[in-house]
Each structure stands twice: as structure tokens, then as C-alpha cells.
Ligand binder design. Structure first.
Ligand code: GUN
Ligand code: FE
Length: 450
């Protein structure tokens, strides 16, 4: 069949989704109907025996459909240094590698090259929604939004605000708090007015982190958030150094400081949170804010393991973030696998010399079902977007997996039935197994015929 444009069509498929934490729903020969805009109008988990599906598009035998993956934390310019410079502390990494790299995005041609490659590669991995930090530059940030719209990634994009001359180098910062706020406003207006942008690309108010922004800048961005209702993103309580810096400067935690500046709201997603206290998490829950859990990046820079299970128990909104390039992989598959492993290490502890009962914290694990939810609907909920599950009213952002593809790494055996089959896929899928990737029911990567 022709898979390029599924708008207005009915699709017969098998697959999985996880609309609620810990619950997997499997589809066998299910029928999903789409309207002319790519919105799901109905899903019948099993095709009625007498159901007429002659006019429907039938996905190839063996293919499995899952919702598109959501990445809640990407530094788009840092794609150029992915998999490098991971052996120094955060504060050195920023000054020695990251700020010099990001400063290059004053060059639009370079920005175009890196951003185009990034969006192609993310889509090919099945990441249909991403929350991006760009750089301080307004023109390159606008260009990133246009590239996402052209290529069809559902994307939330922010011009990075960073104006504090004591923390940001002269060659890479906003010239003033006003420049940071005005530039942010300009990008919001640009993205909202992009022709053909029907809920695909969104603007985000993006203070880099509290250390890089003056109080005046943070206050201005808080006011802009109230005025525009735009999404917000930043880093929160990421490392001992960063957490301590905010405590010294503001006399409170990151979460309390964001609250003071009017930036702790719903549709706000904060990366890392490894050093959040119980009361910080409670405040975030009350405000409806979310956390981008970046387990790969945290292993390199955070100095602590995010208390994921605790956050989920509290009802905090959580999804996964690759944190390109704080983590060495841009894949949400890899990130989710590390997320499960990190939770297990939090549970077991690390040091065999400690008696088992004193080693870790009991019942801190998450399993593949919960990881699958966080990678799909969990991330979408944190962004308040109608994607991440196959339910009426949601947009059709989806990934078709071909487990039998010879170049891939999935080997299915008769033993791998039911949820075990999904577990096998989550752990072993590699790029060649990702057959087709759609957003708004239009193929954006992979095969358009099957
Ligand atoms: N804190 C401030 N900027 C950054 C960044 O680019 N990456 C990470 N991981 N943490 C940050
Ligand atoms: Fe980051």
C-alpha cells in the first residue's frame, strides 16, 4: 500500500500503546480511522468479523505500530558535538565546549546544516515530538522552527535566553535582559505566524538555567509567559554545582526561584531535577509542571540519579529527554533503556561491601511498560499535546516497526508473545527496524510504500 499520506483513511494494523502509566494495550488487526487532518476519529482494537475493511490500508504482516516517541530535552545545536567531550564537569563543559559551539550558530548556513541533519536523524529514530533548546540567535532559531515544519517533526522550540555577564562569555550571550526578552518574543510571534503551521511547531520561553540569567531577565520572561501562554523550558537542580549556585544566589532552590519569577507553571518542562527535594516536587505537581528525565546525561553530569519512582508516586509529569549532547545518544530508545537501568541501580545501590538491606532504596524500579508510557504518552502529557496514544481526538503520530528487517537487531522467537514481544522490541530495536514514521498521518521518514 501507499503509506505516504494516511489522512482521511482507515488503517488495519497490529501494535501497542500505553495511554496510562504501567498499562499496555495490544492491538491485533485493529482498525483506526483518521479524518482529513490526521486526527484519530475511532479505534477498534479488534476488527469485527463482519467489518468491511476493503477500502482500508493494511500494514504489512509482521509490522507493529506504536505511537511516535517524545523527546523532552534536546539542545539542537549540540548535535554537532554528540558523543564527544563527556569527561569534564558541567561548568567546564559549558565554557570549554558548548558555548563556543553554540556561538557558531550566528552563521545561518552552519545552523541550517546541523539542524537539517538533526531533524532527519531524529525522525529516522522515531522521535516524532521534540522539545528543543536552540541558541541565543533569533535568526537561526526561527530557521530551526521552519526546518521542523518542512520536515514534519512536531517540535517546540525556544531561543535560549542567557544574559548574565558573570556567567556567560562576552562572545555568547544576550546583550541585555531586554534583548533576551525581546528576542524570545520575536521568535514566539514568528513561530505562531508560520504559514501552514497547524499545531506542529510551537514556541517555548527558554531561560537556559538560573545561573545564566539575571533576575531582570527571569522576571521579564515570567511576564511574557503570563502574557503569551507559551510553553516554558529550562534546567532544574541538575548538579551539585548548579544546585548550590542557585541556593547561594537566590537563597532558595531552583524550583522556588522559578516559582518566584512566574516560570513554574503548566506547560513548563524542566530538565534533569536530580537534586529536587520532596517539597520542590510537590510544588511542581501543584503547578502542573513536568520533568524531562535524562538518565544518560545524568550519568555524565548530574552526580546523582533522578528519583523517578518517587516522582511518579507524587503524580509529577515525567517524560524522557536525550539531552543531546549531555548524553551520548540522540535516541529515545537508548534513553529509555538507560532509564530502566538507572532506576534499577537506584534500587539495588552500587556497593557490594554494604549489606544488601542498606544498599539502595527498595521498590525504586520501573519496568518496560512504564518506560514505554514515559517515552510516548507521558512526554506528550507534560507538553499538553494530543499525541502519544492511539485514542480518538489524538493526532496520528506513529512509528511502524518491522521486526523482521534483516539489517535490524530484533530476533523474534515463538517464546516472545504478548507483552514479552513489546519488551523485546523496546530493548532490541535498532534504526533499520524503524520502517515508517508519521506525524499528522503523513510519512516523514522511512518507506512510503510497502
Ligand atoms: N545547563 C545549562 N546549560 C546546559 C546544557 O546545555 N546542557 C546541560 N545538560 N545542562 C545545562
Ligand atoms: Fe540540557
Amino acid at each position: 500500500p501507499d503509506l505516504a499520506d494516511l489522512r482521511g483513511r482507515r488503517i488495519v494494523f497490529s501494535g501497542y500503546h500505553a495511554p496510562r502509566l504501567g498499562e499496555i494495550e495490544a492491538f491485533h488487526d485493529a482498525v483506526l480511522s483518521l479524518d482529513e487532518n490526521g486526527v484519530i476519529t475511532s479505534v477498534e482494537p479488534k476488527r469485527a468479523p463482519d467489518g468491511n475493511t476493503e477500502d482500508a490500508i493494511r500494514l504489512p504482516e509482521g509490522w507493529l505500530l506504536i505511537p511516535g516517541l517524545v523527546d523532552l530535552h534536546v539542545h539542537a545545536p549540540q548535535y554537532a558535538q554528540l558523543g564527544t567531550a563527556l569527561d569534564v564537569p558541567l561548568e567546564d563543559w559549558l565554557q570549554s565546549y558548548t558555548f563556543p559551539l553554540e556561538a557558531r550558530f550566528s552563521d545561518l548556513a552552519y545552523a541550517e546544516e546541523v539542524y537539517s541533519a538533526l531533524i532527519d536523524d531524529m525522525l529516522a529514530l522515531g522521535t516524532t515530538t521534540a522539545l528543543h533548546f536552540a541558541t541565543v540567535h533569533v535568526p537561526a532559531t526561527k530557521r530551526l522552527a521552519e526546518i521542523c515544519l518542512e520536515k514534519g517533526q512536531r517540535a517546540l522550540i525556544g531561543k535560549v535566553a542567557m544574559d548574565d555577564p558573570t556567567q556567560c562569555p562576552a562572545y555568547y550571550r544576550d546583550a541585555s535582559p531586554e534583548a533576551a526578552v525581546d528576542g524570545t518574543r520575536a521568535v514566539i510571534d514568528h513561530i505562531r505566524a508560520l504559514p501552514g503551521n497547524d499545531g506542529l511547531v510551537w514556541p517555548v520561553i527558554t531561560p537556559r538555567f538560573i545561573p545564566s540569567c539575571t533576575d531582570t531577565c527571569l522576571e521579564g520572561l515570567g511576564q511574557l509567559a503570563a502574557k503569551t501562554g507559551a510553553h516554558i523550558q529550562s534546567h532544574i537542580s541538575e548538579s551539585d554545582w548548579q544546585h548550590g549556585y542557585v541556593q547561594d544566589r537566590c537563597g532558595c532552590s531552583d524550583a522556588e526561584a522559578f516559582e518566584r519569577f512566574g516560570l513554574m507553571r503548566d506547560k513548563a518542562v524542566f530538565a534533569h531535577g536530580t537534586h529536587l527535594s520532596e517539597s520542590d516536587m510537590d510544588l511542581m505537581v501543584t503547578r502542573g509542571a513536568g520533568v524531562a528525565h535524562c538518565p544518560l546525561s545524568n550519568a555524565y553530569f548530574a552526580g546523582a540519579v533522578f528519583p523517578l519512582r518517587r516522582a511518579l508516586e507524587k503524580g509529577l509529569r515525567v517524560g524522557f529527554g536525550s539531552d543531546i549532547s549531555g548524553g551520548p545518544s540522540g535516541s529515545i530508545w537508548e534513553t529509555a533503556r538507560m532509564g530502566i537501568a538507572a532506576a534499577r541501580l537506584r534500587e539495588s545501590g552500587t556497593d557490594a561491601a554494604t549489606p544488601p538491606e542498606a544498599r539502595g532504596t527498595s521498590e525504586r524500579r520501573i519496568d518496560f511498560r512504564e518506560a514505554f508510557h514515559l517515552a510516548t504518552r507521558g512526554g506528550a502529557e507534560a507538553l499538553d499535546l494530543p499525541v502519544g496514544a492511539f485514542e480518538p481526538g489524538m493526532r496520528f503520530d506513529a512509528v511502524a516497526l518491522d521486526p523482521t528487517c534483516p539489517a535490524g537487531t530484533v530476533r523474534l522467537w515463538p517464546e516472545n508473545q504478548g507483552d514479552l514481544r513489546l519488551e523485546k522490541l523496546l530493548y532490541t530495536v535498532s534504526k533499520p527496524n524503524i520502517a515508517t514514521v508519521w506525524t499528522d498521518a503523513q510519512a516523514r521518514s522511512g518507506s512510503t510504500r510497502a
